[in-house]
Design a protein around this ligand. Structure first.
Ligand SMILES: [Zn+2]
Length: 314
């Protein structure tokens, strides 16, 4: 058994403001990420909806399987789309408690990666809190197979590790795989700047279906017949699998706490991740929660927050 040092929960030292357009809605949204108290978790708040139930916790039981993004919604059907690159940054930096205000139905896409989010969170600084971190520990395998090579397994491991492989028809991407061991600083150095990507032929289909309205070469790598349409090229040769790993890290954080397990997945996607996590939660014998707290969560809307924010508007 490894000798583990006790880790405490953390939140932000001050709020962070980020704004920009949603990749699918094309709508300009403003968000503020606020510090939150211990055992609060990650909770989204739709500030454009005054008279309805506008609180949406970022947990598996609020996740809705979706092909193109990660969507959470509450029992009244109020939700937020495209939370994954924010969730990846929160998970990557080990932040436990946050309240994210957003004035629209989709989080901003920014440059298609988690770089700006990670930079602003780092600039704001983290605040260690008084309670020990809860940890989701797998003790048995759970796997799911959606066919066509789409497979995911979460299994016991002594730290968080993600083994991700992708296989795309376009020769520019082809087969790529990445083994990522999650440690302090590894998210920022290995995953944070990997951008989302799409095929040019799929952009047409998405637009016909009312999606990707905000999509452009400023917020996605666009691939067409073995070439990249973005002038600046790739940020790394394996940027594609790095981005898929970033997405997986973000989706895993819907478990609501730090995780000790190994994810092995091929052809990952948000629907596959969501279904895997739902399968895990349906098998309470396959995991334990370390340092489990028996507390009721505070009401997000009743909290007060510091005023001075770190801000970026794109
Ligand atoms: Zn993504």
């Amino acid at each position: 058994m490894l000798n583990r040092t006790v880790q405490f929960q953390s939140t932000l030292a001050r709020p962070v403001e980020i704004s920009g357009i949603g990749v699918h809605s094309g709508r300009y949204v403003e968000t503020t990420i606020h510090p939150a108290p211990v055992h609060h978790g990650i909770i989204f708040h739709r500030t454009d909806l005054i008279d309805s139930n506008h609180i949406i916790p970022a947990t598996v039981d609020h996740a809705v399987p979706h092909q193109l993004c990660t969507r959470i919604q509450n029992c009244d059907g109020i939700g937020v789309n495209t939370i994954e690159h924010f969730m990846a940054a929160f998970h990557g930096m080990g932040i436990d408690n946050l309240l994210i205000e957003v004035d629209g139905p989709e989080m901003p896409i920014l440059d298609g990666s988690s770089t700006l989010i990670t930079d602003l969170l780092t600039q704001a600084g983290l605040q260690e809190q008084s309670e020990v971190k809860q940890v989701f520990v797998m003790v048995d395998d759970v796997e799911i197979d959606l066919g066509n090579g789409r497979h995911a397994r979460l299994s016991p491991h002594d730290q968080l590790e993600l083994n991700v492989s992708i296989d795309f028809e376009d020769q520019l991407i082809g087969k790529q795989s990445l083994s990522y061991s999650h440690n302090k600083g590894t998210f920022r150095s290995k995953l944070a700047n990997a951008r989302t990507f799409c095929m040019l032929k799929d952009v047409e289909t998405m637009r016909t279906n009312g999606l990707a309205r905000g999509g452009s070469l400023d917020n996605a790598v666009v691939v067409h017949e073995g070439a990249i349409l973005n002038d600046e090229g790739l940020r790394s040769d394996d940027e594609f699998v790095r981005h898929k790993t970033l997405d997986c890290l973000g989706d895993l954080y819907l478990l609501g706490m730090a995780i000790r397990a190994k994810l092995t997945t091929s052809c990952p996607g948000h629907a596959l991740s969501t279904k895997l996590l739902q399968a895990v939660m349906a098998r309470p014998d396959c995991f334990v929660i370390e340092n489990k707290a028996e507390v009721s969560k505070p009401q997000a809307g009743t909290l007060t927050y510091p005023e001075t924010a770190v801000a970026a508007h794109s």
